[in-house]
Ligand binder design. Structure first.
Ligand code: AMP
Ligand code: GLY
Length: 425
């Protein structure tokens, strides 16, 4: 069959890599992809958010199944567009994608259906938001209502920082329209983890657990980014906590969606803070995480395309997990996340290509004169397997040391947060 993956980044390269293993795939396409994913899939030169042109392409080419990577086309309504033309696609409708597309919608939904989350208030007026900050004091978290590519949440440790953030979002249009409405949230302490499931109406199937590293710098310092590295599984989520997450977060969310008359089919990602009171939802995403998808998909055994197709049809499926660990280090450009440099030649890819138990996914890359160059903030995802997390980490960083480009930056402590849970492993 013909399969289309929509998206440009490392997550979509990983999705394409995993689907390509399936014997069911005759032709694989990626729109628009990058220098890495073009090596395994046919390049479709259409922007992921140009949903009408993508649907036309899929019709013309006879695409049998489409998997959507990023949130922007989902929030734009790609699934509605494809389904209205009879095309089979995995992802939530525009209406269901509001769980990610509007923080205010998500928070109100969680409150209504008793899904544990931080206390919050929603503001359209800068003056009212400012007064609220003065009343409750720091620390607190300011979040833009709309999509902001990982840059819309700011943990504020002082009132001045919170008011400055509100001013940037609400008055100075730092995030375009996405910041004109904000959510101000109670600051939660704890360990973060990502819990991702596939949902089809009222049924769901869990995928391997993972943990992201959102901050730019080691020791969780610096600004929030889209994610600087991840590993799977995360020992933060043990069996009993997983049961609690299923009951209190996933099942309440799915029931709530159904009560609201919103049909959800696709990946549902709960970004969690594991607090002393239990798991609380920081955010919902309606897609796989990036970079969590990379180590997560590496741990799925068997034919994932077949599982997705059966699940899409409403059958119950089980996902078998590889019992090895996987770890992913993001190599980013100088200037990321605010103003990344582009166009730098990447060296060393040949040296890591055939390394055992190492997988390289491209994120922001392109080609120029036969060379691979940087083309975005997050450039490469260097991933590895290991019998232990330590082994996966050492192997991934071994590969990282072979790669270079001007201004390359990365965190050296990916995975370290897990070691304190793992003294015996
Ligand atoms: P979000 O986009 O809502 O996931 O927020 C991005 C990041 O900001 C999260 O991964 C956390 O590291 C941090 N964050 C968000 N909300 C809170 C909160 N209520 N308390 C503490 N940290 C938070
Ligand atoms: N890595 C976090 C996200 O994809 O939203």
């Amino acid at each position: 069959m013909k399969v289309l993956v929509v998206g440009n980044g490392g997550r979509e390269h990983a999705i394409a890599w995993k689907l390509k293993e399936s014997n069911l795939v005759k032709e694989l396409y990626i729109a628009r992809g990058n220098a890495g994913s073009w090596e395994i899939a046919n390049r479709v030169d259409v922007s992921p958010t140009d949903v009408k042109s993508l649907a036309q392409f899929a019709l013309k080419e006879g695409i049998d199944f489409t998997v959507v990577g990023p949130e922007a086309p989902l929030v734009e309504g790609i699934v509605d567009e494809f389904e209205s033309k009879g095309l089979k696609v995995f992802g939530p409708s525009k209406e269901a994608a509001r769980l990610e597309g509007s923080k205010a919608f998500a928070k109100n939904f969680m409150e209504k259906y008793d899904v544990p989350t931080a206390q919050y208030s929603v503001f359209d007026s800068f003056e009212k938001a400012k007064r609220f900050v003065k009343d409750v004091g720091a620390p607190l978290v300011v979040k833009a209502d709309g999509l902001a590519a990982g840059k819309g949440a700011v943990v504020c440790y002082s009132e001045d920082q919170a008011i400055d953030t509100l001013d940037r979002f609400m008055n100075r249009g730092a995030l375009g329209g996405a910041g004109s409405r904000v959510v101000i949230e109670e600051f939660l302490e704890g360990e973060e983890a990502s819990y991702i499931v596939m949902v089809n109406g009222e049924s769901y199937v869990p995928l391997p657990t993972s943990q992201d590293h959102k901050r730019l710098l080691e020791g969780d310092k610096g600004p929030n980014t889209g994610g600087m590295g991840a590993y799977s599984p995360t020992p933060v989520i043990d069996k009993s906590l997983e049961e609690r997450i299923k009951k209190e977060v996933i099942e309440r969310t799915i029931k709530g969606l159904s009560k609201e008359g919103i049909f959800f089919r696709g990946f549902l990602y709960a970004g969690l803070m594991i607090t002393s009171e239990g798991p609380k939802v920081l955010e919902f995403n309606v897609r796989l995480g990036d970079p969590e998808a990379q180590p997560l998909l590496m741990r799925i055994k068997g034919d994932f395309l077949e599982s997705m197709l059966e699940f899409h049809e409403g059958k119950a499926v089980e996902i078998e997990e590889d019992n090895r660990w996987t770890l992913c280090v993001v190599l980013a450009s100088r200037g990321y996340p605010t103003n990344p440099e582009k166009g730098k030649v990447i060296r060393g890819l040949d040296r890591v290509k055939d390394m055992q138990d190492v997988v390289i996914f491209h994120a922001g890359t392109d080609t120029r004169d036969g060379q691979v160059i940087t083309a975005g903030g997050r450039v490469l995802n260097v991933c590895a397997y290991g019998k232990t997390l330590r082994e996966a980490k050492d192997r991934a960083y071994g590969a990282v040391s072979e790669i270079s480009f001007e201004g390359m930056q990365y965190r050296k402590d990916i995975g370290d947060k897990a070691f304190k849970f793992l003294s015996s492993r």
